[in-house]
Design a protein around this ligand. Sequence first.
Ligand code: HEC
Length: 135
Amino acid sequence: MKLFFGVVVFVSALFAEPIDEFVKSLEQEVQKKQSSFQGFSVQRGEQIFTTEHIGKKGKKISCVSCHTSDFTQKGEHFFTGKAIEPLSRKTNPEAMTDVRNVQKWLRRNFKDVYNRLGTPKEQGDVLVYMLSKAR
Ligand code: HEC
């Protein structure tokens, strides 16, 4: 059993995706400041993703305003109307795979919706929510 467990840990470490490594690094960052931290939460992430807020342009928006709540569908940019690729790998195999791209858009999109950057905890929460729907 011990050996089996060891093999599973080894194999999953071998196949951990870069995006999972990124989530892990955020987790370590939060833990440094908050030793009681219990890990990221899909529920908190969903709230961050779906809650409306007066955004950058003075309009009430949420992440859903551009991405929709169905991750398998294309989104539509709230301000420009441009199509946005789906966030689910079921319809977009590249979704949520490129860490740099994810970081870039988290930065921009938190500002769009919340007028500020997301904290490491908020970023981790929203990422575990998005990843739970992306794969
Ligand atoms: C004003 C429109 C808009 C809003 C609001 C918005 N996004 Fe985005 N988001 C985009 C666009 C455009 C892209 C780039 C998509 C593309 O390349 O087709 C993107 C991409 C992303 C990506 C990268 C996806 C990937 O597959 O790499 C993440 C992560 C993301 N957004 C998170 C969020 C979060 C979290 C929120 C809410 C805080 C949010 N977005 C709100 C427009 C928006």
